[in-house]
Design a protein around this ligand. Structure first.
Ligand SMILES: Cc1cc2nc3c(=O)[nH]c(=O)nc-3n(C[C@H](O)[C@H](O)[C@H](O)COP(=O)(O)O)c2cc1C
Length: 176
């Protein structure tokens, strides 16, 4: 693992009504991102779309489906210069075997040459679901830790944080 100041944790996470966990104020992936930050000392950056995804689960599904079908690249409200980081943890929820499209908006607006990218995901049964391979295709020039990312159930992240933290810490140790 590179030094904390050379490591960044980038994530997208949806708050509001979510599958299996009810109405949440801190997203499942956000919880895991903070645990990775605790374990590594690296700082986090949250991808915030210009247009928030709806709070209502049904409406969020609807918007997400349309974005996926149209291969959309929703605009992002914030940004970070990733050039000073060597290792980037990249986290997102599993949305039908895909990272949400705003994650691709972020990826495609940065230069990944020479970076090490370590994916992590929260899900409700589908696991990593091959999303790490999609990240590897999108992050041109990066070495992506395909097959070595972390997958945590959203309900575990939200409701059993001791177990989630154990998984995070064990996984991080394997990269040291
Ligand atoms: C639009 C949408 C699609 C989803 N599709 C899947 C899926 O295909 N497989 C799965 O295991 N979970 C799926 N989920 C559940 C999320 O991956 C899970 O709740 C995740 O922990 C949410 O993380 P977040 O709170 O960081 O956004 C989906 C959720 C949403 C909103």
């Amino acid at each position: 693992m590179t030094a904390p100041e050379k490591t960044l944790i980038v994530f997208f996470s949806h708050t509001g009504e979510n599958y299996a966990v009810g109405n949440i104020t801190k997203g499942n992936t956000h919880i895991i991102a903070d645990m990775i930050s605790d374990a590594t000392g690296a700082k986090t950056f949250e991808i915030v779309p210009e247009k928030d995804y709806p709070v209502s689960y049904e409406e969020c599904i609807d918007v997400a489906k349309k974005e996926l079908q149209s291969n959309a690249r929703p605009a992002i409200k914030n940004d970070i210069d990733i050039s000073e980081y060597d290792t980037i943890f990249l986290g997102y929820p599993n949305w039908w075997g895909q990272p949400p499209m705003c994650v691709f908006s972020f990826i495609e607006s940065h230069d990944w040459t020479g970076k090490t990218v370590i994916p992590f995901i929260t899900h409700e049964g589908s696991g990593m679901g091959g999303t790490d391979r999609k990240i590897a295709e999108a992050c041109e020039g990066a070495t992506v830790a395909v097959g070595k990312g972390l997958a945590v159930r959203g309900a575990t992240a939200q409701n059993d944080q001791d177990a989630a933290r154990k998984s995070v810490n064990k996984w991080i140790e394997n990269f040291n």
